[in-house]
Design a protein around this ligand. Structure first.
Ligand code: FES
Length: 325
């Protein structure tokens, strides 16, 4: 059997209560199909009883063994050593974007407080429908696969720079309620989700799609929420204004009018605040032309737009509304 090096980030609180951190190497002879969780158990049982990590179901169900494995957040019980090792080394660290408690264990409290922010339960209200059909099931089916492991939250690049951002898991859950015909407050939810640090704060880097062990595709849910928010008229913010400006330019010119894009996104006052950046760009000769450029074959593009409006490809995005009887 091959011998792997497990390079594990050890974290502990010193006497002053501040977190200290260092990497420690362990050698272990294991089969390449051994899971990282089994390897960790063997290390803890035979080499170092102080090694601390979370686990419960061992079957990719509870989400508690999520950790950084060779640079990406994954479930230890689902990752095989041979697949995640780089030149015979498996690097393990706690999840990012969450306070570290000890070794590979993080405080999941902040993650759950973000989930609670979107009210993860059905609410009574005027938009509640009393009949369900298969399309309703299809709407919520994918996002209900979420096991709340926090992998997406840990790999989210926007969480890294914005403490307030609610995060991909909470937004995927929000989509689950906005899509559920039994939900009575769909519009109110979309309004709340249009506020700062909610659905429009996602940068669409797609890391959440990549890291999700259950193929929930949180970013797709976020895009669908945005589509619904705009359809309900919640367009008074930089996010929806930016999206609409893109939409209008591509439909009309086949190209972006970047000269006016900022003003259309953040308004006159927001543009004035960016005058310093504009001056810097001007000096570098990077100010775009104020005259819109028309792309070749824009008529064809307009036809594609029209077709997509009439026959949307993604049935979940524009599925028929289920309205109260
Ligand atoms: S131990 Fe439950 S998901 Fe890994």
């Amino acid at each position: 059997m091959p011998v792997y090096t497990f390079r594990i980030q050890r974290n502990w609180k010193n006497d002053r209560g501040t977190l200290e951190s260092r990497y420690q190497d362990y050698s272990l002879e294991v089969n390449e199909t051994t899971t990282v969780l089994n390897a960790l158990e063997e290390l803890k049982g035979k080499q170092d009883g102080t090694l601390t990590f979370r686990q419960s179901c061992r079957s990719s169900i509870c989400g508690s063994c999520a950790m950084k494995i060779s640079g990406r957040t994954r479930l230890a019980c689902k990752s095989h050593v041979g697949e995640v090792a780089r030149d015979g080394v498996v690097t393990l660290a706690p999840m990012a974007n969450q306070p570290v408690l000890k070794d590979l264990v993080v405080d999941i409290g902040p993650f759950y407080s973000k989930v609670h922010q979107i009210k993860p339960y059905l609410e009574e209200g005027p938009e509640k429908a009393h009949t369900l059909d298969k399309s309703a099931y299809d709407q919520v089916n994918q996002v209900t696969q979420c096991i709340m492991c926090g992998c997406c939250y840990s790999d989210c690049t926007m969480k890294e720079v914005s403490e307030d951002f609610v995060g991909p898991a909470a937004l995927a859950k929000a989509f689950r309620f906005v899509s559920d015909p039994r939900e009575g407050q769909k519009t109110a939810r979309l309004q709340a989700l249009s506020e700062p640090s909610m659905m429009w704060s996602c940068s669409r880097c797609a890391m959440c799609v990549d890291s999700c062990p259950k193929d929930v595709k949180p970013m797709e849910a976020i895009v669908k929420l945005r589509t619904r928010g705009i359809a309900k008229g919640f367009i008074d913010g930089p996010g929806p204004r930016h999206a609409l400006a893109f939409h209008q330019d591509i439909q009309k010119w086949g190209d972006l009018n970047e000269f006016t894009l900022l003003q259309r996104t953040v308004g006159i006052m927001g543009s004035i605040a960016e005058l310093g950046t504009a001056w810097h760009l001007l000096k570098k000769g990077k100010i775009p032309s104020p005259f819109p450029h028309t792309a070749q074959g824009v008529e064809e593009l307009s036809k594609i737009y029209q077709l997509l409006e009439e026959h949307p490809i993604d049935v979940e995005t524009k599925a028929k509304e289920v309205v109260p009887e």
